[in-house]
Ligand binder design. Structure first.
Ligand code: SF4
Ligand code: SF4
Length: 129
């Protein structure tokens, strides 16, 4: 949703939803103390490697205002949450980041196609013949 403000003949577009989602994501991860326990069980990190593909890496990105489509690499399996001593709901934060990307129209084309297919046909793959 884009909030439109009209003032002195000018239209100002304010991406309220994206800003809110980013702030909420940052609030969720603010208790992280970077122990790295969550990295031990992440199936994506095991395959792709690199801190940016780890749950802790994504927390660091969120804290530093890096809201990147790399967050789509997460499967939202929640394995990381089971080992987090701070009980951080990491997947909630990653979903918020995806929400911000969608609001900013920065998500993957594949995600846009999937959403369009569901809207049109109720099927993520679109028409089935
Ligand atoms: S396990 Fe929790 S506190 Fe530790 S790095 Fe991961 S998210 Fe942060
Ligand atoms: S929810 Fe995402 S970050 Fe956490 S373990 Fe699963 S794939 Fe890794």
């Amino acid at each position: 949703m884009i909030l439109k403000l009209r003032k002195r003949g000018l239209e100002v577009r304010m991406p309220v939803e994206a800003d809110n989602a980013r702030e909420e994501a940052k609030e969720i991860v603010e208790k992280c103390f970077k122990c790295g326990f969550c990295k031990k069980v992440c199936p994506v990190l095991r395959v792709l490697r690199g801190e940016q593909n780890s749950p802790r890496g994504r927390v660091l990105m969120i804290e530093n205002d890096v809201f990147d489509s790399i967050v789509y690499n997460c499967t939202l399996c929640k394995a990381c949450e089971t080992l987090c001593p701070a009980d951080i709901k990491l997947c909630d934060a990653f979903i918020k980041v995806r929400k911000a990307l969608v609001a900013d129209k920065k998500e993957f084309q594949e995600n846009k196609d999937l959403v369009r297919n569901v809207d049109r046909t109720g099927n993520i793959f679109g028409e089935i013949y």
